[in-house]
Design a protein around this ligand. Sequence first.
Ligand SMILES: [Zn+2]
Length: 449
Amino acid sequence: MEAKGRSVTLFHNTIIVTMDPENRVFRDGGIIVEADRIKAIGQSSDVLRDFSAHVDEIIDLHGHILLPGFINSHVHTSQQLARGIADDVDLVTWLHKRIWPYESNMTEEDSYISTLLCGIELIRSGVTCFAEAGGQHVSGMAKAVDLLGLRACLTQSTMDSGEGLPAQWAVHTTDHCIQSQKELYKKYHNTADGRIRIWFGIRQIMNATDQLLLETRHAANELKTGIHMHVAEIPYENQFVMNTREVDHGTVTYLEKIEFLQRNLLAAHSVWLNDAEIGFLSKAGVKVSHCPAAAMRMLGFAPIKEMLDTGVCVSLGTDGAPSNNRMSIVDEMYLASLINKGREVYKKGTTDPTALPADMILKMATANGAKSILWDDEIGSLEVGKKADLVVVNPLSWSMVPVHDCISSLVYCMRSENIDSVMCNGRWIMKNQKILNIDESCLPFEFQG
Ligand SMILES: [Zn+2]
């Protein structure tokens, strides 16, 4: 039967929301996890009949909902310790006076602690994989991700120009930016049992020379990895690009002109776009991370419906703690739905409750998340052969009962508190709401409750 040392677990009596290409849901489903992968999936009775005799463990999930692990496609692990340092201030104060001084003074140990705390909050909201937006000390991030058991695409914050940079950063040359990321790739890519990948980063166009953009594209293509970049966040950014780079609209128009737009680019936010630019993103296969809470606080209404209608792959992110405060992808699903229904009032004179329906939102947090981080061959849906990255949701509490339609209920009712257990790469990283790989009481903060 199964090879020695490869433990096989059968889960049954669970509602399985597969998020596979047919959007199959098994009302009374069963699933087999062998080592780090899904071996079988189907009706409970079939799975029990075919596999019971050959498994190490049989787990009854008592009607709980089983989903692919959520993917947070834009998160700043470095910023977790900065939660609350920049509430209710304007964007320039936020960036120049609060965030840059904070980030530029971080040590590797700070990055490690910050990522641990961020990771715990991510796991508690059902996230098994995230894309780092570009932060400080990838070595510290990698150590925390490895320990927590999460999966991640880690990225260094990268800037080689721009006004108001802290002295420590202003000295970074283009060459230093590229070389240090290549070294990180060599050291950490595909480590932690393959759970860690290294991406290239561009913090934003106002802090990047053309040389950095082009060399980043070249290096990422050579190493067959992705590029994570903040794109078209504020009108000032577009104006800056028009003034300095001689194009008639903003960042996306310029990136198209220099052939920077390609399928391995993850463009965070992408708020201030015109129709032509949405077309450029679609044609090039660029992925977009929509961060509704951060957008509402700092940026504006992104044309998410238009992007989805044009075939752009849009996923969901929380952004960082100082621009959102809650690092819950569960909250972002709820917000993404409401904000984009409400935004229709500007086009139609009335909100549109049919815009971004629950199944689309759930897709953004799972299958589209996986595509956005170029990992959809292994994660993002529950299918035979894919990695066992799972979330168990307990809907039997005041926040979710009664469950008439489980997809709607997951998007419109679920709270982070409904996330019961989380498995990544075939291993439980949270079970019965207890984080398993770290003793939370040992962290330099007291956790209440
Ligand atoms: Zn960000």
